[in-house]
Design a protein around this ligand. Structure first.
Ligand code: SF4
Length: 370
């Protein structure tokens, strides 16, 4: 059914929100220096080449032999420091291939990472993704140290709404349950009934058994959900700055250039884009679709590092990629991951009172899946 309404901060007289993550911080603090481990050698040597050769095999389709000598010393140092620090690296599908395939222990979409975060045994989690993902890991692992290599790795969706906005929405629509996409801050998760990801959004909305649901903050995902359910959806005006840049015209041009090309798109894209797609799904669903269908040529309408990661895994599939990079995901780099492990920076914390309530919303989603 058509969406029932889309609301934004201006409808409640609130300011448009800035990004909540901490300011940039590059200098090592006294506390970080006190707990630091020695900085490892970052020379490209025959030994490093030998030790990392098996990892280069995984990414050689997408990383040139000229680039690898600059990455391999970091890859080796990070993998050694992970053991010393008893750390695990969780990486989102939008991380670059040298991170996703060479230093990550677990990779996946937001839902997979949220579930895996509950099973982690290591005492430290390094989150290679954006700030809300690290917060989600902290919610599910309150007694572990959660680090993000760059606190400024935000998200246009997460910064579009605050917990105060959710309270105002509840006042406007009393009794209507609220579903929050995981791309929200802990402050927002604390105010909602349940979280969802793009993998399970329709299932979560329908699980509430309500005639109307407030769905936030992504207006395009809300429209996609509304098109798949009879539940009345009230949306928020947030958007992913990466996916909203794709256009239907762009996709039609790909189709005209090669009518046999397959186009698969993420539901954070606008409706005219999804109307042109052969398949719509979350990042995990898109990857599984390519694995099962093995198209000759495919256009993946999402963040472009994911196309690199899939191409590294499935070299027989040609990726025709319109490249929209997420500037927040790209803040995470090998040197910053190394710093994270050497200095135990930058630690993600959540106020315990907010964490308690936010955790319930995330766990309710995870329990629905199990
Ligand atoms: S790709 Fe979009 S939704 Fe994902 S982190 Fe970047 S801005 Fe947020």
């Amino acid at each position: 059914m058509p969406i029932a309404g889309i609301y934004g901060p201006e409808d409640f007289g609130s300011p448009v929100h800035g990004h909540p993550a901490a300011q940039a911080r590059s200098r090592v603090t006294a506390g970080e220096r006190a707990r630091a481990l020695p900085v490892p050698s970052l020379e490209w040597t025959p030994e490093v080449e030998r030790n990392t050769a098996h990892l280069y095999q995984r990414v050689k389709k997408v990383i040139s032999p000229a680039e690898w000598p600059f990455m391999a010393p970091y890859v080796q140092a990070i993998n050694e420091l992970k053991k010393t620090r008893d750390a695990v690296i969780l990486a989102h599908n939008y991380q670059t291939p040298e991170i996703f395939h060479c230093v990550a222990d677990i990779g996946g979409d937001s839902l997979q990472l949220a579930i895996e975060a509950t099973k982690v045994k290591s005492s430290i989690i390094v989150q290679c993704g954006v700030h809300f993902m690290a917060e989600t890991s902290k919610l599910l692992n309150p007694h572990k140290t959660v680090l993000i290599p760059d606190q400024r790795a935000g998200c246009s969706l997460a910064s579009s709404i605050t917990g105060a906005d959710v309270r105002l929405l509840r006042e406007r629509f009393p009794g209507v349950p609220v579903v929050a996409y995981v791309n929200t801050s802990a402050d927002v998760k604390a105010e909602v009934d349940i979280c969802c990801t793009s993998s399970n959004a329709v299932e979560v909305v329908e699980s509430l058994g309500a005639p109307s649901v407030i769905f936030l903050p992504d207006q395009y995902l809300a429209k996609y959900v509304a098109s798949k359910t009879s539940v009345k959806i009230i949306a928020w005006k947030g958007a992913c700055e990466v996916h909203e840049r794709f256009t239907g015209d762009e996709l039609r041009a790909y189709r005209e250039a090669d009518p046999s090309v397959q186009i698969i798109a993420h539901p954070e894209c606008p409706p005219d884009v999804l109307a042109e797609a052969d398949f719509t799904g979350s990042t995990a669903h898109m990857i599984n679709w390519v694995r099962s269908n093995r198209p000759k040529r495919v256009v993946m309408i999402t963040e472009c590092s994911m196309a690199d990661n899939v191409r590294a895994e499935l070299p027989g599939v040609e990726m025709v990629r319109p490249c929209n990079l997420c500037p927040h995901m790209k803040r995470i780099t090998l040197p910053k991951i190394l710093d994270s492990l050497i200095y135990l920076r930058e630690e993600v914390t959540v106020d315990p009172v907010i964490a308690e309530r936010a955790r319930r919303s995330v766990e309710r989603m995870i329990n629905l899946k199990n």
